[in-house]
Design a protein around this ligand. Structure first.
Ligand SMILES: Nc1ncnc2c1ncn2[C@@H]1O[C@H](COP(=O)(O)OP(=O)(O)OP(=O)(O)O)[C@@H](O)[C@H]1O
Length: 268
């Protein structure tokens, strides 16, 4: 697996610091999804550039997972459009989105419990290579495991790994699809400080080694500040603001949203 340079187009910036419209990107335009008349995601427009690390934050119930599910084909949007490097993704099933180049991990780890570490990655690799060119060769699976610090554990049953390593394996499995964009749903959840420290380095290394854009959903704002180049804030299904971590995390509206959510939790 050779390092892919981030697309040169990403050097051209939109006003919010994100990729220019003409560059290679995962482009989400006017996406909405209602459940029983209530908007979980409402008119969301967001762009993640090739090779960009974009944070997606917001209090519980803001719509983050729903947005990821809409991008990956798990849910169908009511309105709006998703394109990946110019290719329309709407209407694609989950496997079609994965094969097209969108990899993901889940809020609740979903490894193949009866398979060992290497087999978990092989399954994803087989799926990718059967349907498109550019996926890693089988011999490269061990290289992928080595890059993820999992090679010495390759024969261990996946679910016997410590929690932090299971999260790492989920990321390795997503990378075996050779994704152009990687969507990580709360990758640091349940990790101790040392593990989440290592995860920051790992995500940056993934971007360098694989050249993929990364969208990171995370409640840990310290983690977001350290790993992301831009941050988008979702609140009640809508984008509240997008910008640099510094600007966004010091934005009084964002602080208000988080303080409001914390007081509601305390009152409950
Ligand atoms: N399948 C569903 N059916 C009905 N309502 C749903 C469904 N999925 C999500 N919702 C609602 O949509 C809203 C957004 O939920 P979502 O899980 O996307 O938020 P989130 O930002 O990911 O929250 P969290 O940080 O707690 O994971 C919530 O009000 C939730 O109850």
């Amino acid at each position: 697996m050779t390092a892919l340079p981030p697309n040169a187009e990403t050097a051209r910036k939109a006003p919010d610091g994100g990729p220019a419209e003409s560059g290679a990107c995962l482009d989400i335009v006017g996406l909405s999804k209602r459940f029983g008349g209530v908007y979980a995601v409402r008119d969301v427009t967001l762009r993640c550039g090739a090779g960009e690390i974009l944070g997606l934050i917001g209090p519980n119930g803001a719509g983050k997972s729903t947005l990821i599910n809409l991008i990956t084909g798990t849910l169908r949007p009511d309105t709006g459009k998703v394109t990946m490097d110019g290719r329309v993704m709407n209407g694609m099933s989950v496997p079609e989105c994965a094969r097209a180049g969108i990899g993901r991990t889940f809020q609740n780890i979903r490894l193949f419990a009866n398979l060992d570490v290497r087999q978990n990655v092989e399954v994803a690799h087989t799926t990718a290579s059967r349907h498109r060119e550019g996926g890693p060769e089988l011999h490269e699976i061990d290289d992928l495991l080595a890059r993820m610090g999992l090679l010495s554990l390759a024969d261990r049953q996946a679910t016997t790994l410590p929690y932090g390593l299971q999260r790492r394996l989920e990321i390795a499995r997503a990378l075996a699809l050779a994704p152009s964009y990687l969507l990580l749903d709360e990758p640091a959840a349940g990790m101790n400080d040392a593990e989440s420290e290592q995860l920051v380095d790992l995500i940056q290394k993934i971007r360098e080694d694989f050249g993929c854009g990364v969208i990171v959903i995370e409640h840990d704002l310290r983690f977001i500040r350290r790993v992301c180049e831009r941050v988008a804030v979702l609140h009640m299904g809508e984008i509240l603001t997008i910008g640099s971590p510094e600007a966004v995390l010091n934005d009084p509206r964002v602080i208000e949203v988080y303080i409001g959510a914390a007081s509601e939790d305390e009152a409950a």
